[in-house]
Design a binder for this molecule. Structure first.
Ligand SMILES: [Zn+2]
Length: 67
């Protein structure tokens, strides 16, 4: 069986600069390789995600931002 949930089991470590397996605590997650705090997306993926959400929720705002 292929590993379909790759990103649900990994988060982005800014220190390793890649998606890594992580250790989860109550509020935060930490890189299993270096121990730095990890997050769900890389900065680039997070920006793209936010842009997509803004375009969907407020197309007029996105249009003004590019003008
Ligand atoms: Zn790391």
């Amino acid at each position: 069986m292929e590993h379909l949930d790759y990103y649900s089991e990994r988060k982005y470590c800014g220190h390793c600069e890649k998606y890594v397996p992580y250790l989860m605590s109550v509020e935060r997650s930490f890189c299993a390789e270096c121990g730095a705090e990890v997050r769900l997306f890389s900065e680039r993926d997070w920006a793209q995600f936010n842009e997509a959400m803004q375009a969907r929720n407020a197309p007029w705002r996105a249009a003004r931002a590019t003008a």
